[in-house]
Ligand binder design. Structure first.
Ligand SMILES: [Zn+2]
Length: 278
């Protein structure tokens, strides 16, 4: 990359951070549970959840959903165990439950790409292609815990808010949908990891990934899955990274040595929440 461009990008990132800082101070600020990080969020949950539910239904219609197999049942079991544990924790320890009113769905979809994603309102997809890497139910809990963490921390809504601010001058979501439906729809897809564009929003996703890693470990531990097994899964993901076509999850989830090192450092915290299953 040439130096001029690098400088431009640095200036752009700085400007975006400044803008977001100003908005955080002025309005639309919320706090992520457990980590306590303040985040930008001015998109109404009701609109986001209905967009999400529509998109999810369409995705399931266009792809082959695997039902009534041992693997699909395992995906559902891991999902509901983690959600139940986080729900219980939120009811006892948090002022408001981030999963309030969510209708969780966990679907296994036939797709060889080693990937998984989660959308607001509790809509989760796990690809069959990730199962050879997760290997065990605990390995799967690493992936599902991480995806549930993105939903818990409202990362999509934060990216959506950033996008509305940076690309569309900070207009309200309802207005954006009316005036520029296509741009808004694209922004939604990008914010929730369904699109392939990254661009300006990329500098913030590292933060989201490490936060989802941290919360994901805690969540799997709460549900009785041993968080000490998580680094092994990410090692297997990293090992697949060689060659020209890395698994899809890696393009949005850099599984490098730094990340694995960070995960190892987060394990003692997660162990405080660990309740082995009986
Ligand atoms: Zn992630």
């Amino acid at each position: 990359m040439d130096e001029g461009r690098t400088l431009m990008n640095a200036a752009k990132r700085w400007l975006v951070s400044l803008l977001i800082g100003m908005v955080l101070v002025a309005t639309g600020c919320s706090e992520v549970g457990i980590t306590g990080r303040r985040q930008l969020n001015f998109v109404p949950e009701s609109i986001i959840n209905s967009m999400s539910s529509q998109q999810y239904t369409q995705y399931l219609n266009e792809n082959q959903v695997i039902a009534d197999t041992q693997s699909s049942e395992m995906v559902q079991r891991v999902g509901s165990r983690i959600v139940a544990a986080v729900d219980e924790f939120a009811r006892q320890n948090m002022e408001s439950n981030p999963f309030e009113g969510y209708e969780w769905e966990f679907n296994l979809v036939q797709d060889n790409a080693a990937n998984a994603f989660a959308m607001p309102g509790g809509k989760v997809v796990v690809n069959t292609g990730i199962l050879p890497l997760t290997q065990t139910e605990t390995g799967l809990a690493v992936v599902v815990g991480h995806e549930i963490a993105h939903v818990f921390a409202d990362h999509g809504a934060e990216r959506m808010s950033q996008g509305l601010l940076v690309q569309m001058g900070g207009i309200a979501l309802s207005q954006a949908l009316k005036e520029q439906p296509e741009t808004t729809q694209n922004l939604f897809m990008t914010s929730y990891g369904m699109g392939s564009q990254v661009g300006l929003l990329l500098p913030f996703s590292r933060l989201h990934e490490s936060e989802a890693d941290r919360l994901g470990l805690i969540f799997m531990a709460m549900a009785g899955y041993d968080p000490r097994e998580a680094p092994d899964f990410w090692q297997r993901m990293a090992a697949q990274q060689t060659g020209e076509a890395p698994p899809e999850l890696l393009s949005t989830h850099p599984a490098n040595e730094t990340r694995i090192q960070n995960l190892k450092e987060l394990i003692p915290e997660a162990m405080e929440y660990y309740r082995p299953a009986r």
